[in-house]
Design a binder for this molecule. Structure first.
Ligand SMILES: Nc1ncnc2c1ncn2[C@@H]1O[C@H](COP(=O)(O)OP(=O)(O)OP(=O)(O)O)[C@@H](O)[C@H]1O
Length: 265
C-alpha cells in the first residue's frame, strides 16, 4: 500500500480560499472526507489527482510529488463518466487507457493482462455476470460499480472518490460503498472518499477528515466521530444513530444487486 501525504495545501480561486493550509498523511486506510457543500472536498481531491494546481503546498505519494494526472491515482466521480452505448466490460477495460494509451484502447488492443484485470475488477464489484450488458441498461448503482471496476483496471496505488454515491438512493448507496470498500481492500489501495451522508460515512470509514470552510476541522478514528464533532461540521444535522451505524455489523442491502458483499464497517 502507498502513503499519501498532503502538506500545507492551499487552493485559492481569486478571493475564495477553497482549501486552506490542510495537512494529513494516510496509509493503508479507507478514509472519508466529510464537510458540507462548499467546504472544499472536491477541490482537495482535485489537487490530489492533479486536475487542479494548488496555490501552495504539496501532495506526495510515497514521498514523490504528485503533479498532473498520474496513472497511480484512480478516480471515481459522482457521475460515472462511462460510455453508455458499450458494455460494462469495455468500460472497465477503458481503465487501462491511462497506462496503455488512447489508440490501443480505441482499437481494443489491450493486452491479455488488462482483459483479465477488467474481468477480475468486474468480479470484485459483483458484476461478472453482467460483463457484456450495456451500461445504459444498468441501474445507477450498477453503473457506479462499473466506474469502480474501471478505476481498478488502471491498477492505481491510490483510489479517490468524489461523492461516489450522492445520486443514489440510501440502500443502493450502501451497496456501492460496500463494493468500494471491498475493492480497496482486495486491491490493497489507500482510499480517500468524499461523502456528505454522515451515517454511511460512519459505517464504512476507518478514519475521518472533516473540512469546514476549507480548513481541517478534525482528523479522527471511528471512536472519535462523535455527534458533537459532526454537528460542529454541519451545524446540528440529524446525527441520531451515528453510534449504531459505526458498529461492526455488516450492511445488508437488497435494492441494487443480490450479491452484496458483507462489509465490515
Ligand atoms: N473553479 C472554481 N472557481 C471559483 N471558485 C471555485 C471553483 N471551484 C470551487 N470553487 C469554490 O471553492 C469553494 C469550495 O468548493 P468545493 O467544490 O471544493 O467544495 P465541496 O466541499 O466539494 O462542495 P460540493 O460538495 O458542493 O461540491 C466553494 O466556495 C466554491 O464555490
Amino acid at each position: 500500500m502507498s502513503t499519501l501525504k498532503v502538506e500545507n495545501l492551499t487552493k485559492e480561486y481569486g478571493d475564495v480560499t477553497a482549501v486552506e493550509d490542510v495537512s494529513f498523511e494516510i496509509e493503508d486506510e479507507f478514509v472519508v472526507l466529510l464537510g458540507e457543500s462548499g467546504a472544499g472536498k472536491s477541490t482537495l481531491l482535485r489537487c490530489v489527482n492533479g486536475l487542479t494546481e494548488p496555490t501552495s503546498g504539496g501532495v506526495y505519494l510515497d514521498n514523490e510529488p504528485l503533479a498532473g494526472s498520474q496513472p497511480e491515482v484512480g478516480m471515481i466521480f459522482q457521475q460515472h463518466n462511462l460510455v453508455d452505448g458499450v458494455s460494462a466490460y469495455l468500460n472497465a477495460l477503458n481503465g487501462s487507457l491511462e497506462r496503455t494509451g488512447l489508440v490501443e484502447s480505441l482499437f481494443q488492443w489491450q493486452c491479455r493482462e488488462d482483459k483479465k484485470r477488467a474481468l477480475d475488477a468486474l468480479s470484485t464489484v459483483g458484476l461478472l455476470d453482467e460483463a457484456h450488458q450495456r451500461v445504459s441498461q444498468m441501474s445507477g448503482g450498477q453503473q457506479q460499480r462499473v466506474g469502480i471496476a474501471r478505476a481498478l483496471v488502471q491498477d492505481p496505488e491510490l483510489l479517490l472518490a468524489d461523492e461516489p454515491v450522492a445520486s443514489l438512493d440510501p440502500s443502493s448507496a450502501e451497496t456501492v460503498m460496500g463494493y468500494l470498500k471491498k475493492a480497496a481492500g482486495v486491491h490493497e489501495v489507500t482510499a480517500l472518499v468524499s461523502l456528505h451522508q454522515v451515517n454511511i460515512a460512519a459505517h464504512f470509514g476507518e478514519r475521518f477528515i472533516g473540512l469546514r470552510d476549507g480548513q481541517l476541522l478534525f482528523d479522527c478514528g471511528p471512536e472519535d466521530l462523535t455527534p458533537e464533532r459532526v454537528d460542529n461540521l454541519y451545524g446540528n444535522v440529524e446525527t441520531v444513530g451515528l453510534a449504531e451505524t459505526s458498529s461492526t455489523e455488516p450492511v445488508e442491502s437488497n435494492s441494487d444487486q443480490s450479491d452484496t458483499p458483507r462489509v465490515q464497517g
